[in-house]
Design a protein around this ligand. Structure first.
Ligand code: UTP
Length: 395
């Protein structure tokens, strides 16, 4: 039985109304779902992240993160980085981590975003192909960790199986799921998903560190002698996975975090890599004054290498939840499927930068290395990704 008083105390009595439309087994399922929740914690989260959210503050005393520009490096240096990189991969010092747990709400593609194809080749296949070539070149297997979430785990596994793991050695591909957190209506009400469960959504790409820890992956890779973890998104069509030059740059600098960046266009809405009181951060366009937006053009593109020791030390440190308002498919009070703007709570992986003692950045050519697939059309869309793949002779 659902406890009416508890639900009322937490403003969740609408669930009792849902119950009236449910079969006995559905009611039992809902009860189980609710018993697993910490309603006090959910109240606190709603208050902190939504109700008491502050107007966006413009950061002061923001400094540019120091960075090297790849275009200023001469051929000799680049060659040295490449050979250093290939040797490090040969020695088994690097593993790769792909973050593919997102819902891809803006793209609206049916299935995991990684299954989106350009010329019959999916984003997953493009990344697998690059790693396969590196394995061939170095003669060394590379562990590939792939983070999924409840929304796409089954489909992702089925896709890899169907495609025979793109001829990548299956025993070196490791899927793991990130954690989830409830989504809420703007009034702070719990939502029913289309399976009549309390809706949970992936807890943001910053959930990656806890999930690595919970799945014992960090201790496992440490035992394997892996020293660095290369991390990238699924949706950069031009990503160079474990690019040997960047790997060499990383080994040479040996920082807790090594980052690839690009030069933002004036006014471009991409996060800037900045330092405030010595702590590294990524600040959104909206968190910077217009002068700073123009002054700080070194932008984050979600390509990083983390030292494994740094991750072991920092994975359980606190990261803040951010608010994302997104259209989520759900049941209304008549159990019809509707899409409504709802509150998602997301951790961002780059909030871990604040714990890094050392940080190096290599700025690369955006035209060759950055083309995010976020939207159906317009900016960062299917059309722009296709264009960029064509320009780079990758289609
Ligand atoms: P985005 O933050 O752009 O989100 O992801 P998204 O899910 O792809 O798309 P929208 O915002 O719903 O339209 C950037 C990267 O972080 C991963 C994504 O898979 C992508 O590689 N990500 C995002 C996760 O792994 N988990 C999450 O919870 C969110």
């Amino acid at each position: 039985m659902l406890d009416e008083t508890i639900l009322k105390n937490h403003g969740q009595e609408h669930l009792l109304e849902y119950c009236k439309l449910m079969s006995q087994s559905e009611k039992e399922q809902l009860e189980l779902d609710i018993n697993r929740l910490d309603l006090d914690e959910i109240d606190a989260l709603y208050k902190e992240v939504y109700l008491n959210r502050k107007p966006i503050e413009v950061a002061e005393d923001v400094e540019q993160v120091n960075y090297d520009k790849k275009e200023n490096l001469d051929d000799k240096t680049l060659k040295e980085y490449k050979s250093l990189g290939i040797n490090a991969i040969k020695e088994g010092k690097f593993a790769v981590l792909l973050m593919a747990g997102g819902q891809g709400t803006r793209l609206g593609h049916k299935g995991p975003k990684g299954t989106f194809t350009f010329n019959d080749k999916s984003l997953f296949e493009r990344q697998a192909e690059q790693l396969r070539q590196l394995v061939e070149e170095t003669g060394t297997p590379i562990h590939w960790y792939i983070m999924t979430s409840d929304v796409n785990h089954k489909d992702t596994l089925a896709y890899f199986l169907e495609k025979n793991y793109f001829d990548y050695d299956e025993s070196y591909i490791h899927f793991f799921k990130q954690d989830h957190i409830v989504a809420l209506t703007t009034e702070g009400k719990l939502i029913l998903d289309t399976d009549k469960h309390i809706m949970h959504t992936p807890n943001g790409n910053g959930g990656v560190f806890k999930s690595l820890e919970n799945n014992k992956i960090l201790s496992e890779i440490k035992e394997l002698g892996i020293e660095y973890l290369f991390l990238n998104n699924i949706d950069n069509a031009l990503v160079k996975v474990l690019d040997p030059e960047f790997v060499g740059y990383t080994v040479e600098h040996n920082a807790d975090v090594t980052t690839k960046s690009i030069q933002a266009h004036p006014g471009e809405k991409v996060g800037r890599l900045v330092s405030i009181d010595g702590k590294k951060q990524v600040l959104e366009y909206s968190e910077l004054s217009s002068e700073d937006v123009d002054r700080l053009q070194n932008a984050n593109i979600g390509i990083h290498v983390f030292k494994v020791d740094f991750l072991i030390e920092s994975a359980s440190k606190a990261l803040p939840y951010h608010l994302a308002i997104k259209k989520l498919k759900q049941l209304d009070e008549d159990f019809s499927v509707v899409e409504v703007e709802s509150l998602k709570f997301e951790l961002f992986y780059f909030d871990i930068f604040q714990y890094a003692q050392s940080f190096s950045t290599l700025q690369v050519d955006r035209n060759k290395e950055f083309s995010p697939l976020k939207n159906k059309e317009g900016q960062d869309s299917i059309e722009t990704a296709k264009r960029d793949l064509e320009i780079n002779h990758l289609l």
